[in-house]
Design a protein around this ligand. Structure first.
Ligand code: ADP
Ligand code: MG
Length: 381
């Protein structure tokens, strides 16, 4: 561990959301200092950091002060100009490297990377006009989904197109779009893979993901899928992390089609919502693994200690700005509550999550869904 960044050092995190908050909790537990960089103060990550830098990605003075104050930099958010990463990397190590961010932050580059390297992916066309969208829909077949190439998350910037009469490209606002064939899937799953500075690879158990309105609703681990399929997804995730030369984490989302094929949906070079279960249920969490990878430490064991079901708490439960009554989570002895310190509960905004642990996967899911019903009922009252 001659070149590793040891406890007591300072980690810089670009982005102040919940992924940075949970990363910061893992890092501080191991004796690291954490400095967060985010555009607005009192961010979820800033609240638990040693220092919170407030600035935009064009604020040269704030970036300069931030980079000077840290030993290594990572990020929890993808929409950072890769030129900023290049600039910071001249002074301090940044993991993952900027090329990885550049590919993963744009659906066009991401899809082209998958296609060029022979990974199974959803058929797509790159479009920038109504005519191209019409031609694309004819070639792919309806239905399809039109997505903006940049800045999409949690289904934002996505529009399902059932037939050519529904084509409307105004949502692209003059930017490029990706027209994707609509996939009939049996389920969605994801694998978070870590890669160390020495190339060591480690994957967390695949999570089975259930989305609602294009937003992750809940995740189940272990995924209730055949071993061979889980191994195939894990092998693809490892191979992608290697091809991209990621140092840090790479989350890979998959569709399992109704004909039994695995297709890569998208990539994220950071911790992933579907990996939150690892915080409570694995020997090493995805956040500690990110820390170990970017600091050049040996990776921890990712093994699942107990079956788990993680459910997102969205802003829709925050009626009239009031935090929901969490007693149905708190009184459950196997449930772990995580709130992200956000005060404004907008619809679809991720405010927190809870994770119900074992003893069997079926029991964890049943209990988690029972709590979910209680929370929804209490909100309606
Ligand atoms: P993001 O997570 O960045 O918003 P995704 O491409 O992962 O974008 O889309 C979010 C969700 O929308 C997916 O997890 C899936 O449930 C649904 N979805 C997206 N693309 C397709 C598709 N081509 N076919 C079927 N469902 C899709
Ligand atoms: Mg997604």
């Amino acid at each position: 561990m001659r070149h590793s960044i040891c406890p007591g050092s300072t980690i810089g995190v670009l982005g102040g959301g919940q992924l940075g908050r949970m990363f910061g909790i893992a890092a501080r537990r191991m004796g690291y200092r954490v400095h967060t960089y985010e555009s607005t103060p009192d961010s979820p990550a800033g609240q638990i950091s040693d220092r919170e830098f407030t600035g935009s990605y064009t604020d040269e003075a704030a970036l300069q002060e931030f980079v000077r104050s840290v030993d290594v930099i990572t990020f929890e958010f993808e929409n950072i100009p890769s030129s900023v990463i290049d600039r910071l990397a001249q002074e301090k190590p940044v993991h993952p490297r900027s090329e990885v961010l550049h590919i993963c932050q744009n659906r066009q580059r991401e899809k082209q990377f998958l296609a060029a390297h022979g990974y199974p992916h959803v058929p797509f066309r790159i479009v920038s006009s109504e005519q191209e969208t019409r031609d694309g829909l004819a070639a792919l077949g309806a239905p399809a989904v039109l997505k903006t190439a940049d800045f999409g998350y949690d289904g934002k910037g996505q529009q399902k197109i059932e037939n050519s009469g529904q084509i409307d490209i105004s949502g692209l606002a003059g930017r490029k779009g990706i027209l994707e064939k609509w996939v009939d899937f049996d389920c969605e799953l994801s694998v978070v893979c870590a890669r160390g500075t020495d190339g060591q690879l480690s994957t967390f158990p695949p999570a089975e993901n259930i989305h609602h309105r294009h937003i992750l609703d809940y995740s189940i681990a272990p995924a209730r899928l055949p071993e061979a399929l889980q191994r195939e997804a894990t092998d693809i995730a490892k191979s992608l992390a290697k091809d991209l030369e990621v140092v840090g984490l790479l989350a890979v989302e998959f569709f399992l089609t109704t004909s039994g094929r695995l297709l890569v949906n998208e990539l994220a070079p950071r911790p992933h919502n579907s990996g939150h279960y690892t915080f409570d249920a694995c020997i090493t969490s995805q956040f500690e693994q990110q820390l170990r990878a970017v600091c050049g430490l040996p990776l921890g064991l990712p093994d699942l200690l107990v079956p788990a079901c993680m459910v997102n708490l969205l802003g829709d439960l925050w009626v009239n700005g009031r935090q929901p009554d969490c007693s149905s989570i708190l009184r459950h002895p196997n449930a772990k509550l995580h709130l992200y310190g956000k005060t404004e509960g907008r619809s679809g905004r991720k405010m927190g999550h809870y994770c119900v642990l074992g003893p069997t996967v079926d029991e964890a899911v049943a209990e988690a869904l029972k709590i979910k019903t209680e929370l929804n009922d209490a909100t309606r009252r």
